[in-house]
Design a protein around this ligand. Structure first.
Ligand SMILES: Nc1ncnc2c1ncn2[C@@H]1O[C@H](COP(=O)(O)OP(=O)(O)OP(=O)(O)O)[C@@H](O)[C@H]1O
Ligand SMILES: [Mg+2]
Length: 266
């Protein structure tokens, strides 16, 4: 599952130079500044995010955890420009996502951000290879052949490229979704419960792959998960409760994550 990686070009500032992990001095890849989100109005208003301040380091793997309804998906959608904020600012690199118009947001999602969802969201009529290359094709970009080959080898899909999603296992489908996100070398990949539909073995495969893409390719990943084992693959875990960041852990283990969740009443 692992091999030695070097980013073929400058799309990923941390790639190659810091294989051991995040750089402390680098500006954050993504930042939320006093972000609030209110759904509905009046008596029916739901305060999903209440002034969230959090930064996600370039070249780091960060997990977001918290009880159901604590605002994890809302935060991720606001960070990725998939949903609007009610207050505060979101930055991706030096670009303010919260100041972008619809056209700019479309370009941001197409060119700078990658997504992996719980449901793999593959197109059933396309092969694995066609699914992986689709975002680049839509963006009018050509795949970098050497990079494509490296990604395919690390996800272990070389002999499955001609298969359609229905001919692949759940873990293989999710690895196709991971490869699709990685091939474009986005500044950040957002993953919402990427292993939520997988058995533990397939989940471990996908998580190991995500972690090696951070370690070896310098990819930045922000992942929402319920699972302490999944979170332990990350470099850092931030915990949400009632729309606020309440605590965080560095170098998490399943046990330390579980303890922290218990103290939150999750
Ligand atoms: N479109 C919406 N309209 C109204 N309320 C919403 C909407 N989306 C989310 N909410 C509410 O906002 C709060 C946060 O929801 P969110 O989906 O971010 O939680 P979560 O932490 O991802 O939960 P889970 O672990 O169950 O996925 C919840 O109270 C939810 O009911
Ligand atoms: Mg959610």
């Amino acid at each position: 599952m692992t091999s030695t990686f070097a980013s073929p070009h400058g799309g990923n500032p941390a790639a190659g130079s810091h294989p051991a992990g995040p750089r402390t001095a680098a500006p954050p890849a993504v930042e939320a500044l006093e972000v609030s989100k209110v759904y509905g109005a009046g008596d029916a208003a739901v305060h999903a995010l209440r002034g969230v301040d959090v930064a996600f380091a370039t070249g780091a793997f960060t997990a977001i955890m918290g009880p159901s309804g604590s605002g994890k998906s809302t935060l991720m959608h606001c960070l990725a420009g998939l949903d609007t904020v009610s207050g505060g600012r979101v930055m991706i690199g030096d670009a303010e996502v919260t100041a972008m118009n619809d056209k700019q947001l479309t370009l941001l999602r197409r060119d700078r951000v990658g997504f992996i969802f719980q449901a793999f969201n593959l197109l059933p009529t396309l092969t694995a290879e066609q699914n992986i290359l689709l975002p680049l094709e839509l963006a009018g970009r050509r795949p970098h052949q050497q990079w494509f080959d490296q990604v395919i080898d690390v996800v272990g899909l070389r002999d499955r490229l001609g298969h359609r999603p229905s001919e692949l296992s759940g873990g293989q489908q999710q690895r196709v979704a991971c490869a699709r996100a990685l091939v474009a070398q986005p500044e950040v990949i957002f993953a919402d419960e990427p292993t939520g539909n997988l058995d533990s073995r397939s989940g471990a495969e996908v998580l190991g792959f995500l972690r090696s893409s951070v370690r070896e390719m310098g990819q930045t990943i922000v992942m929402v998960t319920h699972d302490p084992v999944a979170a332990s693959y990350a470099d850092r875990v931030v915990f949400l409760r009632d729309g606020e960041i309440v605590t965080e852990l560095h170098r998490p283990t399943p046990d330390t994550v579980l303890d922290r969740l218990k103290s939150l009443g999750a």
